[in-house]
Design a protein around this ligand. Structure first.
Ligand code: FNR
Length: 189
């Protein structure tokens, strides 16, 4: 059986982003039934409804790319107790034109990674609010609020905390099961 293709959307553009490092760890720890691929969002022009009639090439490319995936995994920092603007922009771009959202029905999950102890709880749940509207069935458990991120990786980006590694492995295995049970709605709208 082919692995299910999962688009990974990282909510930080920073080169040394802890969220990007975590996205790579998630990919490494994913079971064979999943294939994770980061889809870049940093080049997307800001969403403007006026452009819907003649959309920028970057929007078109992004929408076509996301459509090909079976599911979507968001790995995001928290900015000012919410999601970074660059991530919200990508979500908005993918959600339009009206009635042609690329997100609809794709099984999803959210992981927030923060340098603070709270682990990006605010961003995680603001994002979930959008996913409800976008008809993305987002995995309920395990929730993933990864705190104190600055202490979790070595200088090469390897995850050096064993209990976090165990948790991330459990999380991505649970997501694989979630994708299998929630696939029916994919490509429906
Ligand atoms: C932050 N940071 C932050 N952290 C947090 O836990 N809650 C917050 O509300 C905020 N707000 C915030 C706003 C802005 C504009 C910046 C730049 C940063 C800190 C943030 O968690 C930290 O910079 C992470 O390292 C960002 O993730 P990446 O880039 O390492 O993936």
């Amino acid at each position: 059986m082919h692995p299910k293709r999962i688009a990974v959307i990282v909510g930080s553009l920073r080169k040394e982003s802890f969220n990007r490092k975590m996205a790579r760890v998630l990919s490494d720890l994913a079971p064979e039934s999943l294939s994770l691929e980061i889809v870049e969002i940093g080049d997307l022009p800001l969403y403007n409804e006026d452009f819907d009639a003649n959309p920028p090439a970057e929007w078109v490319r992004f929408r076509e790319s996301i459509r090909k995936f079976d599911g979507v995994l968001f790995v995001t920092p928290e900015y000012n107790r919410s999601v970074p603007g660059v991530l919200k922009n990508a979500i908005d771009v993918g959600s339009r034109p009206y009635g042609q959202s690329v997100w609809a029905g794709k099984p999803g999950a959210v992981m927030s990674v923060s340098i603070s102890a709270i682990g990006g709880f605010g961003a995680n749940h603001h994002l979930r609010q959008s996913l409800v509207f976008l008809n993305v069935p987002a995995m309920h458990q395990p929730e993933a609020y990864i705190g104190n991120a600055a202490s979790l990786f070595d200088e090469k980006g390897n995850l050096i905390n064993d209990s976090t590694r165990d948790f991330v492995q459990k999380y991505i295995r649970a997501f694989a099961a979630w994708v299998e049970t929630n696939l029916s709605g994919v490509h429906s709208g």
